[in-house]
Design a protein around this ligand. Structure first.
Ligand code: ADP
Ligand code: ZN
Length: 217
């Protein structure tokens, strides 16, 4: 399966993609995670990327393209993938269409109030990137990752002002891609979440069901 998981910031892309990866034989390419890794390095590139991410702005196309091509090239032949956080602009969508075909778009629809509530209470493992939420998806021990024991932190772009900016950027630059996908007549699997405390497993089970119906899982 070659797919894209698509939705607003905080719609759960990373949370569901990592769970889907565990159930399907696919690799997840998570652009945000890759940029957070790059930002950890005190290199010129790391500092440049930080300047965008911490303001809630998109990283420039040239950098993104290079990262994408490198990661796609690293996927073993015949193995599927899920792209999380790519494409985020029409230009990126067009470029992707040139590089590879897609089988499916997994579309996450979540009301704004849930997004804001979730992002402001989100915590991430510094070591392995697993996503938690101090209200709805708690680790077993406060501030400690269940998987690797690493410390949890709040992303610097999960503050109210930057969250607002990211949602604006999504509405203006990313959401229009949906029309592009529709014109390509790509199949959509839609997962809607209208409650704050729906467990990720419930959503993931729904997505898997749909993928199976389409012979993609
Ligand atoms: P979100 O929760 O907003 O979906 P991500 O972890 O996917 O967060 O991305 C974090 C940040 O990384 C974005 O706000 C943006 O600055 C940068 N980024 C991620 N993917 C892309 C992309 N495809 N193009 C440009 N910038 C990106
Ligand atoms: Zn961890």
């Amino acid at each position: 399966m070659k797919g894209v998981i698509f939705g607003a910031p905080g719609s759960g892309k990373g949370t569901y993609a990592s769970r889907l990866q565990a159930k399907l034989d696919v690799e997840v390419i998570a652009m945000g995670d890759i940029f957070r890794e790059i930002m950890k390095q005190e290199t010129k590139l790391g500092k440049k990327v930080r300047g965008y991410v911490e303001k809630g702005l998109l990283v420039p196309g040239k950098i993104v393209t290079e990262v994408l091509k490198e990661r796609l090239a690293g996927i073993p032949k015949g193995k599927g993938f899920i792209l999380d956080g790519y494409p985020r602009t029409i230009e990126q969508a067009k470029l992707l269409a040139k590089i590879t075909d897609l089988d499916v778009v997994i579309l996450l629809t979540v009301p704004d109030w849930i997004i804001i509530e979730r992002l402001s209470t989100r915590r991430i493992c510094k070591n392995c990137g697993t996503v938690y939420n101090i209200r709805f998806l708690k680790p077993k021990v406060d501030n400690v990752c269940d998987k690797c024991g690493g410390p949890l932190y709040q992303r610097p772009d999960d503050t109210p002002d930057v969250i607002k900016k990211r949602i604006e950027v999504y509405e203006a630059q990313t959401k229009p891609i949906l029309k592009f996908f529709e014109e390509k007549t790509l199949p959509f699997v839609v997962a809607s979440c209208n409650e704050l405390d729906t467990p990720p497993e419930t959503i993931v089970a729904g997505i898997l069901d749909d993928l199976r119906k389409r012979n993609l899982a």
